[in-house]
Design a protein around this ligand. Structure first.
Ligand code: KIV
Length: 275
C-alpha cells in the first residue's frame, strides 16, 4: 500500500464537525474480528463496557475493570483502520476525582492507541470533562440512562418518561457540551427529549433509544445481530445469527461424533491421504 492509499482514521474533531450534518454511524465492538467488519461501515466504534454483560455474562457493567477495557480496546484498534475508536471508562476508574480520571484515561489512550474515551454522567462530570479535554483527552459523554448507576437507579428502564423529568437530563447534556465533550451519547430517553437535546447542544448527540432526531445512532453489535440473550425494547434486529451459529456447531459436533473429518477433504488429498 502506498502512502497515498493509507486510510486516515477519523478523529474526535472530525466527529464534532458532523453536528447537524451527515448522520454519525456508530456500533460497539470488543474484538479485532468484529472491528474489522464494523470498521468498513462505521464512523465510530465504541469499545463499550457493555462487554461485561455481552462477553462475560455479568448482570451489569459494574464489575468491568480498566484492564478488561484496555485488552479489548487494543484488540479493536488492531482490527480497525478508519473509524474513531472510543473506549469506555469503567465504573470506579474515573469518578473519585478529575486526577483519577486523567490517570485512567491516559493509561487507556497510551495502552490501546484509541482516539477518545467515554464517561457516564452529566453535570456531576462536567469539571472532570473540562480537566481531561484541557489535557489532551477527547471525551464522549453519556447521559440519560447511565447503566453504571444501576445500583442507585434500580433498573435499566428508560429515563425522562414524564416531561417533568426532562430538565435535569437536558441540563446534563448542556453541561457536558459546555465542558468540552466532543459528542454525547443519549441513552433511552423519550423521542421528544432526544430531539430537544439535539437542538439545544452544539455537539453531536449519538442516540441509543433516543429517537431519530439525534445526530447519530449507536447500538450494541450483538444486540442488533440477535446474539444477546436480553435486548432492550428499542433495538431493531438487523440479523439473527444465533441459530446459524448453533447449526454450524451442531453440524461440527455431528461430524466429530461420527468420526468424520472436520476439515476440507482436499487438505488430506494434497498430502496423499484419504479422509
Ligand atoms: O457500553 C456500551 O456499549 C455503551 C453503549 C450502549 C452506548 O455505552
Amino acid at each position: 500500500m502506498s502512502l497515498q492509499d493509507e486510510i486516515r482514521r477519523l478523529t474526535a474533531p472530525d466527529i464534532l464537525a458532523r453536528k447537524g450534518g451527515d448522520p454519525i454511524v456508530a456500533l460497539t465492538s470488543y474484538h479485532a474480528h468484529t472491528a474489522r467488519l464494523v470498521d468498513k461501515h462505521c464512523d465510530v466504534i465504541l469499545v463499550g463496557d457493555s462487554l461485561g454483560m455481552v462477553m462475560h455474562g455479568f448482570e451489569s457493567t459494574v464489575p468491568v475493570t480498566l484492564d478488561m477495557m484496555i485488552l479489548q480496546g487494543h484488540a479493536v484498534m488492531r482490527g480497525s483502520k478508519r473509524a474513531l475508536v472510543v473506549v469506555d471508562m469503567p465504573f470506579g476508574s474515573y469518578e473519585a476525582s478529575k486526577e483519577q480520571a486523567f490517570m485512567s484515561a491516559a493509561r487507556v489512550m497510551k495502552e490501546t492507541g484509541c482516539g477518545a474515551i467515554k464517561v457516564e454522567g452529566g453535570v456531576r462530570m462536567a469539571e472532570t470533562i473540562a480537566f481531561l479535554t484541557a489535557r489532551g483527552v477527547p471525551v464522549m459523554a453519556h447521559v440519560g440512562l447511565t447503566p453504571q448507576a444501576i445500583n442507585t437507579i434500580g433498573s435499566f428502564r428508560a429515563q425522562g418518561r414524564e416531561e417533568s423529568d426532562w430538565a435535569p437530563i437536558e441540563a446534563d447534556a448542556k453541561a457536558v457540551a459546555q465542558a468540552g465533550a466532543f459528542s454525547v451519547v443519549v441513552e433511552a430517553v423519550a423521542e421528544p427529549l432526544g430531539r430537544r437535546i439535539t437542538a439545544s447542544v452544539a455537539i453531536p448527540t449519538i442516540g441509543i433509544g433516543a429517537g431519530p432526531a439525534c445526530d447519530g445512532q449507536i447500538l450494541v453489535l450483538e444486540d442488533m445481530l440477535g446474539l444477546s440473550p436480553r435486548v432492550p425494547k428499542f433495538v431493531k434486529r438487523y440479523g439473527d445469527l444465533g441459530p446459524g451459529i448453533e447449526k454450524a456447531v451442531a453440524d461440527y459436533a455431528k461430524d466429530v461424533r461420527a468420526r468424520g473429518f472436520p476439515g476440507p477433504e482436499h487438505v488430506y488429498a494434497m498430502k496423499g491421504k484419504k479422509p
